[in-house]
Design a protein around this ligand. Structure first.
Ligand SMILES: NC(=O)c1ccc[n+]([C@@H]2O[C@H](COP(=O)([O-])OP(=O)(O)OC[C@H]3O[C@@H](n4cnc5c(N)ncnc54)[C@H](O)[C@@H]3O)[C@@H](O)[C@H]2O)c1
Length: 434
């Protein structure tokens, strides 16, 4: 099939590269000329495991092309995926101006039937807005459909998630749109939910919001564990074995971040408000998440007595492992709070430092974990990269001023570290440090 992708970001580039690998001809467009130029030169705008190989193969086999304009893409494809960003406005509402611009551009170029698919995460009823916008611009009589196909991939495992999703959601209003999308997704063997556009839009916001609630729930339980000296890892295990609950998203930590959860939760709260509701549960989840970053800093302070004049080695800056994405990463707030209290921060991240210029003023970036530990009063783990899991702790102990590890992701075995002579402070594991 001939398809096009508007917006070659984390979702668009993965979608395009995977569909190309499944045998489709894919045209990609982005209004960021530097990004397109980089891709044409064979470069990658961000790190995502396995993606570079797919893009290279697609380009070499001429299944991927980078188009100069939306018009080119519309001319050459039957299905057009809108994958542009939908960031939060200051009031939490999703900013749909990029989606609107793209719709105008598509509508102006439409000469024959096309299926427009919203893949960006958008508020319920956006499909209706897209349809109305197109109707105002499109030449009379040119048929089109609008569908919703929300994306559930996770950065860091995006290719795997795209090709083996838990489910494929298709929100359609016509049999033509339904059969085109079913045909396109045929090689992917996953359950397919076919529904109307509004339900599909809601599935995405409801799913991300539910996961955020789960995380804030376990982070609240973690604080209780700290009060009474219990272990949240065991509590999560005990809860998670109940199939009605499930173990996923019950890892206590420094709170969620990234380009999706914070903005999607805020957007869902606004959607409810606009429709006359008050999503108190989600407001609480967002508040708990903000507090969790401050709470972590408090825990570090309580471990070190004062942060002023202390040197803190930070392991991990990206909002999660296997990505270099720093958008809304908890590390940004946490590092700033350390600095505001007078601490010196040294940091290392395997991938995200490439994008960290200007994001972490005053931070000394290090070449590895061991350089980060040199002279540090404590090591603080913020992102659970695999390479941080097995460290040479004997070497670290010699390099640090004080052998203290504060584990924001509960990666280490507290007993093993204590036996090695470390002071270990986990998240929701045992009493508060003082
Ligand atoms: N990142 C994720 O893990 C993820 C997962 C599922 C859904 N989503 C959703 O997918 C959408 C895209 O997210 P992303 O992470 O890929 O964003 P991104 O910022 O990585 O990419 C968006 C791309 O769209 C381009 N763009 C913006 N306006 C444009 C325009 N008018 N014309 C052409 N290109 C334009 C940008 O230059 C950028 O390359 C968002 O709605 C997001 O919520 C993201």
């Amino acid at each position: 099939m001939d398809i096009s992708i508007i917006g070659t970001g984390h979702v668009g580039l993965v979608t395009g590269a995977c569909f190309a690998d499944l045998g489709n001809r894919v045209m990609m467009v982005d209004d960021d000329r530097r990004k397109i130029a980089l891709l044409k030169r064979g470069g990658m705008p961000f790190y995502e495991p396995g993606l570079e190989e797919l893009v290279r193969r697609g380009v070499a086999q001429r299944r991927i092309r980078f188009a100069a304009s939306i018009k080119d893409a519309v001319d050459h494809s039957l299905i057009i995926f809108i994958c542009v960003g939908t960031p939060a406005r200051p009031n939490g509402e999703a900013d749909l101006s990029a989606v609107e611009r793209v719709c105008h551009a598509i509508a102006k170029s439409l000469r024959a039937y096309r299926l427009l698919v919203e893949k960006s995460t958008v508020p319920v009823e956006t499909g209706e807005w897209i349809t109305r916008t197109c109707q105002l611009t499109i030449r009379r009589g040119v048929p089109f459909d609008v569908a919703s196909n929300p994306e559930f991939l996770r950065e860091g495992q995006a290719v795997q998630d795209f090709l083996h999703p838990d489910r494929i959601v298709l929100g359609v209003e016509s049999t033509r749109a339904k059969s085109l999308l079913l045909e396109l997704y045929k090689p992917i063997k996953s359950p397919v939910i076919v529904t109307d556009v509004k339900s599909a839009e809601l599935i995405k916001h409801a799913s991300n919001s539910f996961l955020a609630v789960k995380l804030s729930f376990i982070n609240t339980v973690a604080r209780l564990c700290e009060q009474v000296g219990a272990d949240v890892v065991k509590v999560a295990e005990g809860m998670g074995l109940d199939r009605r609950i499930g173990r996923a998203f019950l890892d206590a930590g420094v709170g969620y971040g990234g380009s999706c959860f914070p903005k999607d939760v805020a957007a869902f709260i606004r959607i409810a408000e606009k429709l006359g509701g008050d999503f108190q549960l989600l407001k609480a989840a967002a508040r708990v998440n903000d507090e969790q970053r401050r709470h972590f800093v408090t825990r570090v302070r309580e471990t070190l007595w004062n942060l002023n004049h202390k040197t803190i080695g930070v392991l991990g800056l990206a909002f999660k492992p296997d990505t270099d994405d720093l958008r809304e990463a908890p590390s940004i707030d946490i590092v700033r709070m350390f600095q505001e209290e007078g601490a010196q921060v040294r940091a290392f991240d395997p991938k995200a430092m490439a994008h960290a210029d200007g994001v972490f003023p005053g931070v000394a970036f290090c070449k590895d974990v061991y350089e980060t530990a040199r002279g540090a009063d404590c090591l603080v783990l913020l992102t659970e990269w695999n390479e941080f899991k097995e460290l040479d702790f004997a070497r670290l102990k010699k390099l640090m001023r004080h052998p203290t590890v504060i584990d924001g992701r509960n990666v280490y075995d507290p007993g093993a570290l204590r036996r090695l002579g470390f002071r270990y402070v986990g998240t929701g594991r045992g009493h508060a440090p003082h």
